[in-house]
Design a protein around this ligand. Structure first.
Ligand SMILES: Nc1nc2c(c(=O)[nH]1)N[C@@H](CN(C=O)c1ccc(C(=O)N[C@@H](CCC(=O)O)C(=O)O)cc1)CN2
Ligand code: MG
Length: 296
């Protein structure tokens, strides 16, 4: 049986370390980091994730501002709100919860967020800086995956990594982060031929395709480290269950280490958002950025 990579266990000390940095910021500089989350519509999963962000931010002593907009909102109203938040000195981090309804131009919305406040790291400037080893705000889910990998796997240099999925939110930034750690990286996707054979070559396999239990044990190299980013709700035995992109039962018989769903990547996504909000705050106030909390 493989080792379980527990996301809650790593997220908790990370959040504690961030919380410890907030007291001196508040006492010596009078600064409380502020996170603004924009939620469009009433999607229940998005509601839950936004709530998690709000609860965690408040628990560690940040200010949290949630802006709810109707599902029918137009581009102009959303862009106007972002412009206000860009200029609000109480707000150090801005994110727009995805997905957005079809009438909204998501890429224009992301580009409207000031790059210094872009705590999701989705703005093209941050994406470009990350790809060129610059000082970027890094997308929370891939950053969390990297921390889990480094914690459990140690030095990643020379490891063969396969990233399943090419989204701007997870797949592409994950591949860049692994490359930065000197892995040999392949990005696989729906058109990749013989996906199973490719995955079997991976020392590190990151699955982020949104296909429930796609990756089974026979796709995994014995001893590999498997990071499951998928969060899929499926009906099973008359109830709704949360499963990943990896078939945990068969995969855990082969992998050396594996993240569960829930309790793996998800908690690290939220913790890394707190870290990005702290980093964005420090940068906006020209305070040395809390880089010693984690190094990547
Ligand atoms: N603007 C953004 N939108 C979305 C992002 C993002 O990073 N920025 N990522 C996902 C959703 N997401 C954060 O927003 C997110 C997803 C899941 C979790 C999480 O804690 N998952 C738990 C299970 C929770 C459940 O019961 O559903 C876990 O895996 O343990 C946190 C954040 C898409 N949109
Ligand atoms: Mg507390």
């Amino acid at each position: 049986m493989s080792k379980l990579i527990d996301g809650e266990k790593l997220a908790a000390p990370l959040c504690n370390a961030i919380e410890e940095r907030l007291a001196p910021l508040r006492q010596r500089q009078g600064i409380t980091p502020g996170l603004a989350v924009v939620l469009v519509g009433g999607d229940s999963a998005s509601e839950r994730y936004v709530r998690k962000k709000q609860v965690r931010a408040e628990a560690i002593g940040m200010n949290s501002f949630v802006h709810r907009l109707a599902d029918s909102v137009n581009n102009r109203a959303l862009l106007t709100l972002i412009e206000q938040l860009n200029h609000d000195p109480q707000v150090h981090g801005i994110l727009v919860q995805l997905p957005l309804p079809p009438q909204i131009d998501a890429s224009r919305v992301i580009r409207a967020i000031h790059p210094d406040k872009d705590v999701d790291g989705f703005h093209p400037l941050n994406a470009g800086l990350m790809a060129t080893h610059g000082n970027a705000l890094i997308p929370c889910t891939p950053l969390g995956c990297l921390m889990l990998l480094e914690h459990h796997h140690g030095d990643l240099s020379g490891q063969r990594a396969v990233v399943l999925g090419r989204s701007n939110i997870v797949g592409k930034p994950m591949a860049h982060l692994l490359l930065r750690q000197h892995c040999t990286v392949t990005i696989a996707h729906s058109r990749t031929q013989d996906l199973a054979a490719l995955c079997r070559q991976a020392d590190i396999l990151v699955a982020a395709v949104g296909r429930p239990r796609l990756v089974t044990g026979d796709w995994i190299k014995p001893g590999a480290t498997v990071i499951d980013v998928g969060i899929n709700r499926i009906e099973s035995d008359g109830r709704t269950r949360l499963v990943g992109d990896v078939d945990f039962v068969t995969a855990s018989e082969v992998a050396g280490a594996i993240t569960p769903v829930p309790g793996g990547v998800g908690p690290m996504t939220i913790a890394c958002l707190m870290l990005n909000t702290l980093r964005a705050t420090c940068r906006q106030h020209d305070i040395p950025v809390a880089d010693d909390i984690v190094t990547n």
